[in-house]
Design a protein around this ligand. Structure first.
Ligand SMILES: C[S@@+](CC[C@H](N)C(=O)[O-])C[C@H]1O[C@@H](n2cnc3c(N)ncnc32)[C@H](O)[C@@H]1O
Length: 396
């Protein structure tokens, strides 16, 4: 067990079975730490904390997605906020399917299945012919939830959905990933005493703790040399897993498009002297904090996406960068206000929550500016209406 389980006063305490799950994960992590000589790079810790089979945050039983802390969830995502998100995203997806002459969809990290159900219904309503909707998720636990949501919300189309255990070598169609890149493990680096150190994890005084080691690998030294640290105690992240994932997807995609929606910045904003504490963030019961060692396996750990690295990875794999813009601009270009106007304003029970959610998705102070959409394509001649104005590819 974890004798000094972190329990910050500001966070609600987990129940006994959740605590037992976390303790089992702590025991596994400690064994791995010991076998590795007492120090693990942070990306390995994060990978286990999120995806250790049966025990990690995404692979264990935590509820995760929802609107309120009292339903046992930890955070809300755009597809959970409003069905208008899926209904709007369906338009550029339909355009990409039609322009590429393809008929398959593949969603990564499908959460509760709401986005899948919404897209299936919206594409059907738009009269777009599609054959299959494949879901790839590292979390087997979520499959049952996704199937249930899709069967309830899109029963006539559920037969088109399948779950993949491995990626095909080639894929023609449209790939979608909402808030998937931010859930990929990151490495941590800290600047101190005039030099860069890799920040890893040790077990000290009966608890996990950070521990910094000098950076030795030439590739790390070269990359970090480009970052202007604002002085001692500057901490940041690198995103090897998200780049490798993007490379894999853009290699697999032989015709069509791939859309990734997530919070983050281009490189020059990400590695900014003022972003001195990095972007690592944990979510538990709708409270955000910065301690990844609180109840391992029971809380989400995430980092913002460094979109220049994502763009480079996709282009290196041979895809074209189709566009990069804010979520607000993308959704407005794709017609979210028209979708909202289809709801009768006098039906206040439907209209008011929908208008509120759209405001959250678009507002600069909420998700509209921090969240971005990056898309890659193969075999598309033109851009899509959703990138027709406000494209920021030049900022990457
Ligand atoms: C923050 S959740 C987002 C869920 C959902 N897309 C939504 O917006 O509600 C991140 C999801 O990405 C999945 N994920 C992370 N890395 C993945 C990968 N390499 N392949 C497939 N799914 C992945 C996780 O298992 C998790 O379900």
């Amino acid at each position: 067990m974890n004798p000094k389980a972190h329990q910050p006063d500001s966070l609600p305490a987990p129940g006994p079975s959740a605590l037992a799950q976390s303790e089992a994960l702590v025991a596994q992590l400690r064994a791995e730490l010991e076998a590795a000589g007492g120090w693990l790079p942070f990306d390995r810790y994060m990978e286990r904390a999120l995806y250790a089979p049966g025990l990690g945050y995404y692979s264990g039983g935590a509820r995760k997605f929802g609107r309120r802390a009292d339903d046992g969830s930890d955070f809300v995502t755009a597809p959970e906020l409003s069905p208008l998100f899926a209904a709007t995203l369906a338009r550029p997806i339909a355009e990409a399917l039609q322009a590429s002459g393809t008929r398959d969809l593949m969603e990564f990290g499908a959460g509760t299945g709401k986005l899948a159900a919404g897209l299936l219904n919206a594409l059907d309503a738009l009269g777009v012919a599609f054959e299959r909707y494949s879901i790839v998720d590292l979390s087997g636990e979520l499959r049952a939830r996704q199937r249930e949501t899709i069967e309830a919300a899109a029963p006539a189309l559920a037969a088109k959905v399948r779950w993949l255990d491995a990626l095909p070598e080639r894929f023609e169609g449209v790939v979608i990933g909402n808030e998937v890149l931010d859930a990929m493990p990151v490495r941590l680096f800290a600047f101190g005493g005039g030099a860069w150190h890799e920040r890893g994890v040790v077990w000290r005084d009966d608890a996990f703790a950070f521990d910094d080691r000098p950076v030795c690998a030439a590739a790390d030294i070269a990359f970090l040399a480009q970052i202007e640290a604002a002085g001692d105690d500057y901490v940041t992240e690198t995103h090897e897993a998200a780049s490798a994932f993007t490379r894999t997807i853009c290699t697999m995609l032989t015709r069509g498009a791939a859309f990734f929606i997530d919070y983050g910045f281009p490189r020059h904003e990400y590695y900014h002297a003022q972003r001195a504490q990095g972007t690592l963030m944990c979510h538990y019961r709708h409270r955000a904090h910065g301690d990844p060692f609180v109840h391992p396996g029971l809380q989400d750990i995430t980092a913002h996406v460094e979109f220049t690295g994502i763009a480079e990875a996709g282009v290196e794999a041979g895809a074209d960068l189709l566009g990069f813009t804010s979520q607000a601009r993308f959704l407005l270009n794709a017609g979210i206000t028209e979708a909202l106007s289809e709801i009768d304003p006098s039906d206040t029970a439907r209209f008011l929550p929908a208008a509120n959610a759209v405001q959250k998705l678009l507002s600069e102070a909420e998700m509209g500016e921090l969240f971005k959409v990056i898309a890659f394509s193969r075999g598309l001649d033109d851009t899509l209406a959703a990138f027709s104005s406000g494209d920021r590819s030049h900022t990457l």
